[in-house]
Write a protein that binds this ligand. Structure first.
Ligand code: ADP
Ligand code: MG
Length: 249
């Protein structure tokens, strides 16, 4: 089952055909199936963030189409888009984006409050997610009292609270030490393996990428290559490093 389908995505910043315009994405097509766990890598400026923004509807492509769960999100706008994004997409950011005035529990259930879910539904979901990610003991703490890894586990819980079709993450381990990165990548791996969640992340970190099943490499706004994990994580890590060396940057 295809969850996300992007065809011939072009994104040009600035005026078309003007010498100052930048072609950030040039005819990018990809399909993501339910339960896939994919990393996008590539040198700085290769179009990774632009691609994630276009796939998630934050930004419109100059041309091409994006469908998520059968909805053409590149064609919807305003409240319809906001509602769709809230119901179908989960986001995880490099800097966590938690609200400091809310506890961990309040941060996690906020998207359910916006969806007017019942207290029983919220309690059940909080119980499930906090046990899944080992954050039961910090539910009543505030983000500024937590480690980076704890904040990111909170952010992943919040991103999953409305059971999205796909979880999107831009550099989710970018602000974490290597131990916390491993914990977060194991969280993603668990939700893919056990809940059949679909996860697409952008990362610079070859160790983080080695947890995924597939890595897509961007170069100069186009898909340069992609590799799929066949053996162990260690073997995959070696392959990812080889591809990165070919790409440079
Ligand atoms: P990456 O995330 O891989 O570093 P980006 O998607 O941020 O790459 O950028 C791709 C290209 O688009 C770069 O040349 C960048 O300078 C340009 N770019 C990104 N955002 C904008 C913008 N808002 N306005 C103009 N150019 C942009
Ligand atoms: Mg970027």
């Amino acid at each position: 089952m295809v969850i996300l389908d992007a065809s011939n995505i072009v994104k040009i910043y600035g005026e078309l055909d003007h010498e100052s315009s930048t072609t950030a994405l040039n005819e990018v097509s990809l399909s993501i199936h339910k339960g896939e766990f994919i990393a996008i890598m590539g040198p700085s400026g290769s179009g990774k963030s632009t691609l994630l923004n276009v796939l998630s509807g934050i930004d419109k492509p100059t041309s091409g189409e994006v469908s998520i769960a059968g909805e053409k999100i590149s064609e919807i706008t305003g409240d319809t888009l906001a509602l769709f994004r809230r119901k179908q997409l989960g986001f995880v950011f490099q800097d966590f984006n938690l609200l400091d005035s809310l506890t961990v529990k309040e941060n996690i259930i906020l998207p359910m409050v916006l969806e007017r879910k019942t207290a029983n539904e919220m309690d059940a979901r909080i119980e499930f997610l906090s046990s899944l990610f080992g954050i039961e003991s910090i539910l009543y703490k505030y983000p500024y009292n937590l480690s980076g890894g704890q904040q990111q586990r909170t952010a992943v819980s919040r991103a999953l609270v409305n059971k999205p079709s796909i979880l999107l993450a831009d550099e989710p381990t970018g602000n974490l030490d290597s131990k916390s990165s491993d914990v977060i990548m194991n969280c993603f791996k668990n939700i893919v393996d056990e809940l059949a969640t679909t996860v697409l992340l952008v990362t610079h970190d070859v160790f983080a990428a080695s947890y995924c099943q597939k890595v897509i490499f961007l170069k100069d706004g186009s898909i340069h290559s992609s590799i799929t994990k066949k053996g162990s994580r260690k073997e995959f890590l070696g392959e990812i490093m080889d591809c990165q060396a070919v790409l440079g940057g």
